[in-house]
Design a protein around this ligand. Structure first.
Ligand code: NDP
Length: 346
């Protein structure tokens, strides 16, 4: 076989405190080639990348000096972006990795990659019937684990309690909505468009509203008080949720999507309510909860998905050339479901 194009998406420049610009801060590059048959493996294995995950936190890797948490290092200039992905092994000289195996792990944004070892790679033995391997970067992967581990660790949910979930149609939020329903709770869901709101209802939300059109405070006042808040966005809706919280509410602070592209984060002004209402605030990173909850997640979530008890929706972007647009969609709320780049069909 003669060499074929091995396209990549490179990180070119730090975007400052605004949205990244495609072709300036990230760029599609098709100047490299790979020969899948003859390129030397040197004891490693050749992976054809099938799916790459687009997550809001990628924006935080575009900050010079990195984020406060050690696990989030800045991308290297002129190197491919890196994130969770699913691939299939084409050739291998590695003792544990066989050609034809599927795997999930941190993969570069490029079509083919030779990995020298299996650090950070998980082999996928099987998948639930009718489900794409891409689920392993969504509901069965990092976002699903985030929802599952955060919910089981912090919610202390009791049937009949009221839960408020923001970005409720997204990769994490949609799983939380369904876990809250499985726990017997009433769910109030917010999302940023009419079709996202409708989707939140179809996966079980009792009350769903469009935060861009409806008044979050009024809805929470009418439908609350809130016993559990799962917050993916921060900012004004978090402030409104604190005002609508019940005594002893649990706030699970998962993300702050409304702040990722702004130079000056929104300052929540009513934190004193933590004292008066004896609210518990839990910020967490899924990696810290993985050792405790990961095994149960791997056992339970495929079963829930296969049984249709946890549904999921993917927002597919075809081709690496559109990776920058996919990222902007996630940062602006243009994604409807888990954002996945389909790099190649099998
Ligand atoms: P989503 O699929 O939910 O995409 C992000 C969503 O955030 C957008 O679709 C949009 O939804 C919403 N959003 C974007 N900008 C704003 C804004 N200005 N104000 C309000 N909402 C906004 O992403 P994920 O499900 O992958 O992630 C959800 C959150 O969880 C993110 O904050 C992410 O960083 C965090 N996270 C945290 C982890 C942890 O370990 N703590 C691990 C994984 C994710 P809409 O249109 O509905 O407003």
């Amino acid at each position: 076989m003669s060499p074929i194009c091995n396209a990549r998406v490179l990180f070119k420049e730090f975007p400052g405190s605004d949205y990244p610009v495609v072709d300036q801060h990230l760029a599609y590059d098709d100047s490299q080639t790979v020969d899948p048959v003859t390129d030397p493996l040197d004891g490693g294995f050749l992976v054809k990348v099938l799916y790459l995950s687009v997550d809001p936190y990628l924006r935080r890797r575009m900050t010079p000096g990195g984020a406060p948490e050690e696990s989030i290092q800045p991308f290297a200039i002129n190197e491919p972006l890196v994130n969770y992905g699913v691939g299939v092994v084409l050739r291998s000289e590695h003792a544990k990795i066989k050609a034809g195996s599927h795997l999930v792990g941190f993969l570069p944004f490029q079509e083919y990659v030779i990995l020298p070892n299996d650090d950070g790679i998980t082999l996928l033995d099987s998948k639930p019937d009718g489900i794409s391997w891409s689920a392993y970067i969504g509901v069965l992967g990092m976002p699903g684990l985030t929802a599952y581990s955060g919910w089981n660790e912090f919610s202390r949910a009791k049937p009949g309690e009221t839960v408020f979930v923001t970005a409720a149609s997204g990769a994490v939020g949609a799983v939380v909505v369904q876990l809250a329903k499985l726990s017997g709770c009433k769910v109030i869901a917010s999302a940023g468009s009419e079709d996202k709101v409708e989707y939140a209802r179809t996966i079980g939300a009792d009350v769903a509203f469009n935060w861009k059109k409806d008044n979050t405070r009024e809805i929470l006042k009418r439908e609350g008080p809130i016993n559990i808040c799962w917050d993916n966005v921060g900012g004004e809706s978090l402030e409104a949720a604190l005002d609508a919280a019940a005594s002893h509410a649990r706030f699970i602070i998962c993300g702050s999507a409304s702040n990722y592209n702004t130079g000056t984060p929104y300052n929540v002004k009513n934190l004193q309510l933590l004292i008066w209402k004896e609210i518990h605030f839990y910020g967490f990173l899924y990696l810290s909860l993985q050792p405790k909850h990961g095994p149960a997640f791997l056992r339970d979530m495929p079963r829930h998905v296969a049984a249709g008890e946890v549904k999921f929706k993917e927002h597919l972007t075809r081709g690496l050339a559109r990776a920058g647009d996919a990222l902007l969609d996630v940062l602006r709320g243009g994604n409807f479901g888990k954002s996945v780049i389909v790099v190649a069909e099998e």
